[in-house]
Ligand binder design. Structure first.
Ligand code: GUN
Length: 291
């Protein structure tokens, strides 16, 4: 079994991005600028946004954070989105999800200018991705594709099972794996899928994006398969200072013995998601997707 080291790969890509930023600035260009809107104080969201800001500093991007309390109105948020859409200094921005229940996430996502939607959640970007046009691709699936490519994993003609059909991970992941670049034969499994165990046990590449800790056990994995664990559920723990730790969707110890490649949690997909947001921001700054 070979461990897919997301931390190491992310570090390499960050160094590539940092070099490119240096070159842009040395040539008199503008520092890429990522903005983030964070509503409320959800622990997970706070952590992710803090990481995103730290990542920006590491590669030489400018970053800005706009914070609101839980009682912000949809109108206030839409007004801020519009302001960022029109701010020429901001190359791309994200609205951290989830949002409070009284705000329509879909309405907010659709209000973001697709040219600044570095999360790749806007229907225009999703649609362009599906038909193979240049687009901002959702960071987690994009990071997984990068991990697979940089580890020289063969995907052409392979049977790939994606468990989960979320707009952010499962659905775009399944599309990317079936496209000409990857050429896998893809099945999307979900809560209504029959014979899930058998289906998974026949997969050459198994991508688990369910959000259910320890869901994938060794009996669900084909010997020699490639296993990508997208799960990042925060569970209470007495082993860490913070009082919680991240658990993947895969029972790592037993599955690792059986497969050819596996991503750990933490240190697998997570760091690559963060790096893909930086990649998208750089693409936005260089106007490479939308000329
Ligand atoms: N919440 C969980 N993951 C993400 C993400 O990638 N982007 C945003 N905006 N919110 C999230």
């Amino acid at each position: 079994m070979q461990l897919i080291d997301g931390n190491r790969t992310a570090k390499t890509i960050k160094a590539e991005i940092a070099q490119e930023v240096k070159n842009i600035v040395a040539q008199g260009g503008k520092q890429p600028h990522l903005a983030a809107i964070l509503v409320g104080h959800d622990g997970g969201s706070e952590t992710y946004v803090a990481y995103k800001i730290k990542d920006c500093e590491e590669v030489g991007f400018k970053s800005s954070l706009v914070r609101y309390e839980d009682d912000v109105t949809e109108e206030e948020l839409l007004a801020k989105v519009e302001e960022l859409n029109n701010d020429d200094d901001v190359d791309g921005f994200i609205v951290q999800l989830p949002l409070p229940k009284h705000i329509s996430e879909q309405k907010i996502i659709e209000a973001i200018d697709a040219r600044k939607d570095v999360d790749g959640f806007h229907p225009v970007n999703v649609g362009r991705m599906v038909i193979g046009l240049p687009s901002f691709v959702s960071a987690t699936p994009d990071g997984i594709v990068e991990l697979i490519k940089r580890h020289g994993i063969e995907t052409s003609g392979k049977d790939c099972v994606v468990i989960g059909r979320s707009n952010i991970v499962g659905r775009p992941m399944s599309v990317l794996m079936s496209q000409k670049e990857m050429n896998a034969t893809v099945t999307v499994a979900h809560s209504r899928t029959k014979n899930l165990k058998e289906l998974c046990a026949n997969a050459d590449i198994l991508i688990a994006a369910i959000g259910s800790p320890g869901f994938v056990t060794a009996d669900m994995v084909k010997p020699g398969a490639v296993v990508i664990d997208v799960g990042t559920t925060r569970v209470k723990s007495t082993e860490t200072k913070s009082g919680w730790k991240l658990k993947g969707d895969v029972v790592f110890e037993e599955v690792a013995e059986k497969c050819s490649f596996i991503t750990p949690v933490p240190g697998g997909v997570g760091p690559m998601t963060r790096v893909s947001l930086l990649k998208n921001t750089l693409l936005a700054a260089k106007k490479e997707i939308y000329k």
